[in-house]
Structure formats: structure tokens, C-alpha cells
Design a protein around this ligand. Structure first.
Ligand code: HEM
Length: 405
């Protein structure tokens, strides 16, 4: 758990593909596949046989019962359609200038030693809050910013998360679980207040995602409940915040050690910027696995797997297999210009659960990195940072420390 990158690679070297691991957050053993043919089979599994919702069961206390993360089948597909709509096409592209502006304002403050993960968390949270709640700055959004930070801070640290996963009982308001529950309650109260205010004043966010969510109808034509909208908001804030900031921190960690890449980014070639984004997502994907729980026995890549085990596409290993990628562990954006179609690039997972925020995430990464191309970056230490876990995502162990200027 603490060093997922090194662990996965070590285990893969030792046991090959597939391999079975045991994790603390699911009671079942988990069979990991990284070969592209097997990964394709995992992503094509019928969700009725291999649901993903149950793999995220441990998130229920925060994500909520109507969360897309926990749903499966028809309810899940309906939720995806609802959540995907605001993050595509013209609507999404119209957000680019706002993101570029926020990024430039943030980067203008950088001087000397910067722990980029912290700064990118703040920036990514600011961006997703504005996208979801509306572009205007007000104390409502400021309150939510503090509340989400307080809630997530309780679960980002590995020891606290372990303590919570093991105990999962309220041992009073000062225990990790008790503190987490209180933080969620405070956060929920703020979210529900915001929802109530917006219902009373339709369109108050100037067409922000929340306005669209409030216009939705359920399958019987009735407006969605406040609790349901709350779960949708949490899914977007959770899914669209730590993942992007982890990826951006890795981008700074890599760019500080690859000045030639940074220099080439300054030429302003959009294809090269795109290649940098793709390459960061390849060498340091924010999530390591995309798990599904088997309800029936299946055969994957010639292996018979029994019902009751978890099966997962291992994103981390699939994108750094030496037999598939030329100099797999090298950070080399040029590979995407030499060969635009690379096998098994799956940072967003796949199948019916593939990340619905992917187009938005990439636009956000491009805008921030375009704004960063003019910086002079150096590493604090020459050796690259190792990967460590922070809640669900993989981050640089020193927070992507760089020297600016
Ligand atoms: C670099 C940024 C991001 C990465 C690497 C990433 C990656 C992923 C991955 C691997 C999954 C699971 C896929 C699977 O199980 O097959 C996922 C799911 C999801 N992501 Fe992202 N994501 C990113 C950004 C975002 C953003 C910006 C949003 C929202 C605006 C978002 C919303 C979601 C949601 C709601 C799900 C659950 C989908 C479902 O269960 O059907 N993600 N993401």
C-alpha cells in the first residue's frame, strides 16, 4: 500500500502475469492482468457478472448510496449519461480560458522551492469547484473548499486510512473514524444548503454543472432528490480533484528532470503538449488498477477464475511493460509523435466504467502545462521521486518538489 509502484513491479517480476494480491480494502483476493489482450477481456466483462461498484464499497460513507462509483447495471449507465454530458464538447472547451487564467495566476506566485502537489491540489479544487458551482467567487464556494479539504485530509494519510479501515467504528469524536464522520457531516450540511439555495434560485450558477444536475429527472420523470444530487457532486469533486492534481505534480516532477522536454514545450506545438500529457499519464498514472468483482466464474486469457474474487486491469503495469513499450520506464513524449497509436495506454481504465471526466481532465492538464512551459524548473534532488499512495491516487513521495527560477 505504501509503495504501490515498486510493489507492483517487484511482484510482477517475481510472479508474472496474471498475479494475485491481497489488499486491506477488499476481503477478496485480487487477480491482476497487464497484458493488453487480457486487459481488453477484463474491460469487456459483462457488468452483470463483473460489477465494479462493489469494489468501491469502502467509499460508501463519503461517496453516498447514489454515487456512480457504487452503482452497477442500468442505474450506473443512467448516472454516467447524466454526469458525462457537462464534460464534453463545446461546453467543456468554453472552460479552457478560465482554467488557463487560474493556472497563470497560481504559477506567477512560484519562486524558489515549491511542493507542487500541495499547490496543484488547491488549483484543481478551485477549478472543479468553479466548474461545478459556477465561476463567481463567493463565501459559499470558499466554505465548500475548506470542508472538502478537511474531509479528504482525514483519509489521505496512510496510517489514518489504515486505522479507519481496520476499526470502521465510531470510537468517539477524537478517533480517526469519528473525526472523519464529523467532517463528512459538516461537508454534507454545506452541500445540502447550497443545493437548497440553488433550487430556490434556478440558474444561479450561470449554467454551471450544478444547475444542469438540478434540472435532471429520474426514470419516472420526477426531479432528482437533494441527496442524489449531493452524491453526484461528491463523485465529481472526488473524481475530478485528486486525480488531476496527482498527475500535475508528477508532470512537474518529471519536467524538472527533463529540461529538454520543457524547452520543447516552449515552442508552443499543440501536438507536443498533447504528447507530454499522454506520457505523464503513461509513466505515472494516478490510479494503479481498475477492479471488478466476479459474481460468476469466468475465463480470462486462458485462466479460469472462480466467482468471489476481484479481477483487475493493472493500469500501472500495462503501461510500463518492457515487451510493449520502447524503453518503457523512460519519460519520452517524443514516442507519441513517432507512433501516435501506442498499445495499451489505459490511464482512464476502460469499458463501461472508463473515466467520464477524461476529456475534461486532459484539457485541464494541457491548460496548466501550457501555462507552466515558461517556468525554469530544477529538481531539488537529482533522483526521481518514488510513488506513494494518498487515498486512491499515487503521488510523488516528496510532493513533486521543484526549484523555480
Ligand atoms: C488525470 C485525471 C484523471 C484520471 C487519471 C482518471 C482516471 C480514472 C479511472 C482509472 C477511473 C476508473 C475506470 C475503471 O474502473 O475502468 C475513473 C473513474 C471516474 N472518474 Fe476519472 N480520472 C481523472 C479525472 C477525472 C475528472 C476530472 C473527473 C470529473 C470531472 C473524473 C470523474 C470520474 C468518475 C465520476 C469516475 C467513475 C466512473 C464510473 O464508475 O462509471 N475523473 N477515473
Amino acid at each position: 500500500m505504501a509503495r504501490p509502484g515498486a510493489y507492483l513491479q517487484g511482484a510482477h517480476r517475481r510472479f508474472g502475469d496474471p498475479m494475485t494480491i491481497r489488499t486491506f480494502w477488499t476481503p477478496e483476493p485480487m487477480v491482476l492482468f497487464s497484458h493488453p489482450d487480457a486487459v481488453r477481456e477484463v474491460f469487456r466483462l459483462d457488468p452483470a457478472i463483473a460489477p465494479a461498484g462493489q469494489s468501491w464499497e469502502f467509499l460508501r460513507p463519503f461517496a453516498g448510496p447514489d454515487s456512480i462509483l457504487l452503482l452497477d447495471g442500468e442505474a450506473h449507465l443512467r448516472e454516467r449519461r447524466l454526469l458525462q454530458a457537462p464534460f464534453h464538447g463545446e461546453r467543456m472547451r468554453a472552460l479552457a480560458p478560465m482554467i488557463g487564467e487560474l493556472a497563470r495566476a497560481e504559477l506567477a506566485t512560484w519562486d524558489g522551492r515549491v511542493v507542487t502537489l500541495q499547490r496543484m491540489r488547491e488549483l484543481a479544487l478551485e477549478i472543479i469547484l468553479r466548474v461545478v458551482f459556477g465561476a463567481h467567487e463567493d463565501h459559499e464556494v470558499a466554505g465548500l473548499r475548506h470542508a472538502i479539504d478537511a474531509t479528504l485530509d482525514g483519509v489521505r494519510s496512510l496510517p489514518r486510512m489504515l486505522a479507519m479501515a481496520v476499526v470502521q467504528r465510531d470510537l468517539g469524536p477524537r478517533s480517526p473514524w469519528g473525526r472523519f464522520r464529523l467532517a463528512v457531516q459538516r461537508f454534507d450540511a454545506l452541500l445540502l444548503e447550497t443545493i437548497a439555495r440553488r433550487r430556490a434560485q434556478p440558474g444561479g450558477g450561470g449554467g454551471a454543472v450544478l444547475d444542469l444536475l438540478l434540472e435532471q429527472r429520474d426514470e419516472h420523470g420526477a426531479p432528482t432528490t437533494d441527496r442524489h444530487v449531493r452524491d453526484q457532486l461528491v463523485a465529481l469533486l472526488m473524481g475530478g480533484h485528486d486525480t488531476s492534481s496527482a498527475t500535475l505534480a508528477w508532470a512537474f516532477e518529471r519536467l524538472a528532470r527533463h529540461p529538454a522536454v520543457l524547452a520543447r514545450m516552449r515552442d508552443g506545438d499543440p501536438a507536443y503538449l498533447d504528447a507530454v500529457v499522454k506520457e505523464v499519464l503513461r509513466v505515472r498514472p494516478a490510479l494503479t488498477i481498475a477492479p471488478r468483482l466476479l459474481l460468476e466464474p469466468v475465463r480470462i486469457a486462458g485462466h479460469d477464475l472462480p466467482a468471489g474474487v476481484q479481477v483487475a486491469a493493472c493500469l500501472w503495469l500495462a503501461m510500463r511493460r518492457e515487451d510493449l513499450w520502447d524503453r518503457a520506464s523512460a519519460f519520452r513524449p517524443e514516442r507519441w509523435l513517432e507512433q501516435p497509436q501506442q498499445p495499451s495506454w489505459i490511464p482512464y481504465g476502460g469499458g463501461v466504467r472508463r473515466c467520464p471526466g477524461a476529456p475534461f481532465a486532459e484539457m485541464e492538464l494541457r491548460e496548466v502545462l501550457r501555462a507552466a512551459a515558461g517556468l525554469r524548473l530544477r529538481p531539488v534532488r537529482p533522483r526521481g521521486e518514488r510513488a506513494r499512495r494518498s487515498l486512491l491516487v499515487i503521488v510523488p513521495e516528496r510532493g513533486g518538489e521543484v526549484l523555480v527560477g
